[in-house]
Ligand binder design. Sequence first.
Ligand SMILES: CC(C)(COP(=O)(O)OP(=O)(O)OC[C@H]1O[C@@H](n2cnc3c(N)ncnc32)[C@H](O)[C@@H]1OP(=O)(O)O)[C@@H](O)C(=O)NCCC(=O)NCCS
Length: 182
Amino acid sequence: MDEICLRTAYPADAAGIARLDVETWQATYAGILGTPYLAGLSPARREAGWSSVIARAPRDVHLALAGETIVGFGTCGASRSDPDFPGEIFTLYVAPDWQNQGIGRRLLLAMFAQLVDRGYNAAVIWVLRENASRFFYQRLGGREVRRKLLPFNGTQVPACGYGWADLRGYLSARTGAAESEG
Ligand SMILES: CC(C)(COP(=O)(O)OP(=O)(O)OC[C@H]1O[C@@H](n2cnc3c(N)ncnc32)[C@H](O)[C@@H]1OP(=O)(O)O)[C@@H](O)C(=O)NCCC(=O)NCCS
C-alpha cells in the first residue's frame, strides 16, 4: 500500500476535496438520500464551498494523501449548538477504494488532537441513522448521546450524535496503548 500522509489543507486542495466529496457522497448515501439529489451534485459547485472553508479555517480541514491524491478528508471545529460537546467533527470521508485501511481512524485522531489544542475536550459527530458508518464511531469509542431529525432537501432524516466526553483522556489512553504495543 502507498504510504499515507496526513496534513491540513491549502487553498489549492479545494478542487481535489470537492471531487472526493461528491464521489463519497454518491457512494455513501445511495439508497438513503434521493437519487436525483445525488446525481445533481457538482464538484465545481462544491469547490467554491471548500475554497471558502479552507480560507476561513485551514487548520480545521484535515487531509489524507496517497502521493498527490487526496484519499480522505475531515473537518472539525466549534460545535453548532451543544454546550456538553463544544467540539464537533463536521465531516469525515475516505475514498471507497481506500476504506478499511486505518485512514479514517488516523484522520479522526488528528481532528481530536486539533480540537484539544483549541481547548475543546468533548466532541460530537452527527451521522445519518441509516448510514452503517456510524458503527465505525462506536468502534472508535463514541457513544450515542443525541438523536434528531435533520432537515434535508425538503424532508427530515433521522440522525444520531456520537459523543466523546473526554478527548484528552481518550488520546492519552490511545498513546499509552500504542506505546505498550510497540
Ligand atoms: C466511516 C469511514 C470514515 C471509516 O474510515 P476507514 O478508513 O474506512 O476506517 P478504518 O480503517 O480507520 O477503521 C478503523 C476501525 O473501525 C472499523 N470500521 C470501519 N468502518 C466500520 C463500519 N462501517 N462499521 C464498523 N466498524 C467499522 C474497522 O474495522 C477498524 O477496526 P479495528 O479497530 O478492529 O482495526 C469510511 O469508511 C467512510 O468514509 N465511509 C463512508 C463515508 C461516511 O459514511 N462517513 C461518515 C459520515 S458522518
